[in-house]
Ligand binder design. Structure first.
Ligand code: ADP
Ligand code: MG
Length: 200
């Protein structure tokens, strides 16, 4: 089983995922995978960033996933491009994203881009495109039988430990087909749009 932990930079993916280390899960950071498999196009030395192409990542992640022989968690804001069975999408109050990214010394434009992306649900939309492709029209109504099921949660105010417990709860619910539990976190529950219009 491949699980993606996804969300806008700053939502707390790496921190919460690290809580699962030593619990039988292989936790892979997307940036390590991209670097190890040389899936980047070039390195932006000024910003110390890898420039990536989504199509190359999708193919690269697929080849990598085909060879996996144990359960794994891939965490990173582009991990929705991997052929995951389950996508755990973390959402966070965009104002909190801003606070956290300010501490990361990101350039102002990059902070604003990410705050806006979270407010508009950019990653959710990208995840949903992937889910639709993976499930196909026929199985669309059979959520739980298909692949790339997405669940999302507003994790604002939650500790990394509690978030990691939610990860395990969702993985268990997915495995046991507890659709009632899954349905609590199906996409569409988190909506910053109205609040966003007031803040900015
Ligand atoms: P991501 O991997 O999604 O970019 P990180 O895990 O690196 O995010 O966390 C970004 C920042 O937010 C870090 O400074 C981290 O200490 C802080 N942080 C992460 N998770 C939480 C949380 N649940 N509550 C409060 N602060 C958090
Ligand atoms: Mg991270």
């Amino acid at each position: 089983m491949l699980v993606s932990i996804c969300g806008t930079p700053g939502v707390g993916k790496t921190t919460a995922a690290s809580m699962l280390a030593g619990q039988g899960w292989d936790i892979i950071q997307e940036k390590d995978l991209i670097s190890d498999l040389s899936l980047f196009e070039e390195i932006d030395t000024e910003n110390d960033e890898m420039i990536v192409d989504p199509d190359i990542l999708r193919d690269g992640f697929r080849c990598w996933a085909e060879k996996l022989n144990s359960d794994a968690i891939l965490e990173g804001h582009l991990s929705y491009l991997a052929p995951a069975d389950l996508v755990l999408l973390m959402r966070l109050d965009p104002r909190e994203i801003k606070e956290r990214l300010l501490k990361r010394d990101y350039h102002e434009d990059k902070i604003n881009d990410n705050v806006e992306a979270e407010a508009l649900g950019y990653i959710l939309i990208r995840c949903c495109e992937g889910e639709e492709k993976a499930l196909g029209e026929k199985e669309w109504k059979e959520i739980g039988k298909g692949q790339a099921l997405i669940v999302e949660r507003d994790v604002t105010g939650m500790s990394p430990e509690i978030i990691s417990r939610w990860f395990l709860e969702m993985i268990g619910a997915f495995r046991d087909k507890k659709l009632k539990m899954i349905s609590l976190y199906r996409p569409g529950k988190v909506d910053w749009l109205e609040a966003y219009a007031e803040w900015f």
